[in-house]
Design a protein around this ligand. Structure first.
Ligand code: 5RP
Length: 229
């Protein structure tokens, strides 16, 4: 049973360290966003300092800044990239290895990097697991500010949309300057049609639903590796 913040951090680090076994000996690595991905960047930086030849593609300004501080060589933000493996965190992971991402608001860039990767590894502590997506988390959506009121009306037919705000009440913005909307749906028996419907709403840039996009899931505790069949 995971107790305090320190326990959870230790388990995130354990999952992140285990992801090193999924990397080729050298190559292009997609760098996720969030606290678990940050542990992976630290582990990767140690490899780089020992002479390993890796170059990263960051999924956010924050991950780019961290990777630069750690001395990981990076490609530019434009590409095209040919990414061997991307390692990223998640907010919720179902038994079917489907994923909700975007707690850090980086899911659009994360999905672009995921789609450009030959293998995608998701690293989480065990608190992120659920039977069905939506049991624990709302679905993050990146939404244009233009027409936000109308977009929210449309989204309300699919769940309860909440604009994400900071402690001072101002909207949280993505790296692209868009708004984040968290759509509360409850457990989803089949998230794929909902993902398609949400992406069809004008104004929605991208959803945090990552369906059939994880090839490998590493969870801790207990440390376990699951592979998509
Ligand atoms: C950012 C994400 C993160 O991977 C997700 O929020 C998990 O974060 P953490 O590892 O800090 O729990 O999707 O957009």
């Amino acid at each position: 049973m995971l107790g305090g913040v320190n326990d959870i951090a230790a388990e995130k680090r354990a999952a992140a360290d285990a992801a090193l076994a999924e990397l080729p000996a050298r190559g292009v690595i997609g760098l996720g966003t969030g606290s678990t991905a940050a542990f992976f960047l630290e582990a990767l930086a140690l490899r780089v300092r020992s002479g390993a030849s890796y170059v990263g593609v960051p999924t956010s300004k924050a991950s780019r800044a961290l990777a630069e501080r750690l001395g990981i060589p990076l490609l530019d933000d434009v590409g095209p990239w040919s990414i061997d493996v991307t390692v990223d965190g998640a907010d919720e992971v179902s038994d079917a290895l489907d994923v909700i991402k975007g707690g850090g608001g980086a899911h659009t860039r994360e999905k672009i990097v995921n789609a450009a990767s030959r293998k995608n590894v998701i690293i989480v502590d065990a608190t992120k697991r659920s039977r069905l997506l939506g049991e624990r988390r709302a679905i993050p959506l990146e939404v244009l500010r233009f027409g936000l009121g109308s977009t929210l009306q449309r989204l309300a037919t699919r769940g309860t949309p909440q604009v994400r705000t900071s402690a001072d009440g101002t909207p949280v913005l993505t790296d692209a300057g868009n708004v984040l909307v968290d759509l509360v749906t409850g457990p989803l028996l089949d998230p794929r049609p909902l993902d398609a419907a949400l992406r069809a709403v004008p104004g929605v840039v991208e959803t945090g639903l990552f369906i059939s996009r994880a090839d490998v899931l590493i969870v801790s505790p207990p440390l376990a590796v699951f592979r998509r069949q």
